[in-house]
Design a protein around this ligand. Structure first.
Ligand code: BT5
Length: 260
């Protein structure tokens, strides 16, 4: 990664300023939290070539070899902890839009935090917050995108569910250009969210989604829920129509589409 090139080309007003680069870290989210506690400004981005302890939700492992884009963005919006998922949605819409406009790929969002291309995961988002007395002090929005990676380099457990931009496009891409475009779009989406609220993000999230109206199975810890993914409510919770006709609201979980 040529960080100098990114800094030269970056046209944002605060996102990615500063951009802190490491060749290898445990997890950019962990480094981000430490730096945020020390007071770094909103917009700071921590970027790493590889992560030794990349994380997904619920302590799951995020595979982060060299060639991807693994970064975390520090934000300091004044929100309640319950509103944290809004930032995941904000980032997801920004990323899907960027992949569509740069590469003409049909990037689609799978609730709540995945971006898929051809039904395989190309990107995951992990938003974490640091809360004191019911107030969010800062948030760390972690983004992992499989960019110039060979799918056969993935462990067998994720080979059938993951993809990369290189695989989908049949060629490698300019990671510096991609990062600049992503940070620009994330800044725009974040400002829209702050100005207009979650409604406008949710509207775009719906349009870019691939799960609405589909038969789905949602795993919520040990529970499995099957039904039709009917809608998202105003908080971003998933509304599922159960076989008995009732509707169930689901705040967190893993979604599997049963018919594509
Ligand atoms: C996520 O979790 O999808 C959030 C991933 C966030 C990663 C970024 S990288 C920068 C920042 N620093 C971090 O430490 N994390 C963030 P979840 O929905 O729980 O999905 C995790 C699951 O995705 C794993 O259990 C695997 O099945 C699968 N997986 C792991 N690595 C993958 C990869 N590189 N590509 C696609 N799928 C992967």
């Amino acid at each position: 990664m040529h960080v100098g090139k990114v800094k030269e080309r970056l046209e944002t007003s605060f996102v990615g300023k500063p951009l802190i680069y490491y060749r290898r870290v445990s997890s950019t989210n962990d480094v981000g939290k430490e730096l945020a506690k020390k007071g770094v400004t909103e917009g700071t981005v921590i970027l790493a070539e590889t992560q030794t302890k990349g994380r997904g939700r619920l302590g799951r492992k995020w595979v982060s070899p060299s060639g991807g884009l693994w970064f975390s963005l520090i934000l300091r919006p004044k929100i309640k902890p319950k509103d944290l998922p809004q930032l995941t949605f904000m980032a997801a819409t920004a990323i899907a839009k960027t992949l569509r406009s740069l590469y003409k790929l049909r990037a689609q969002i799978k609730w709540p935090n995945d971006i898929l291309v051809n039904n395989r995961k190309v990107c995951g988002i992990l938003t974490e917050g640091h809360t004191i007395n019911e107030t969010v002090e800062f948030t760390v929005v972690g983004v992992g995108i499989n960019v110039n990676l060979e799918v056969k380099a993935f462990p067998s457990t994720i080979r059938s569910i993951a993809t990369s931009l290189q695989k989908e496009l049949g060629k490698s891409v300019d990671r510096e250009k991609l990062l600049c475009s992503l940070l620009m779009q994330i800044e725009n989406s974040y400002l829209t969210w702050r100005k207009e609220g979650f409604k406008s993000i949710l509207k775009e999230f719906r349009t870019l989604s691939m799960f609405l109206g589909k038969h789905v199975k949602i795993s919520v810890f040990d529970e499995r829920i099957m039904g039709i993914a009917e809608d998202l409510d105003e908080t971003g919770a998933l509304i599922v129509r159960l076989p008995d006709g009732t509707r169930k609201k689901i705040l967190v979980g893993d979604l599997e589409i049963l018919e594509l």
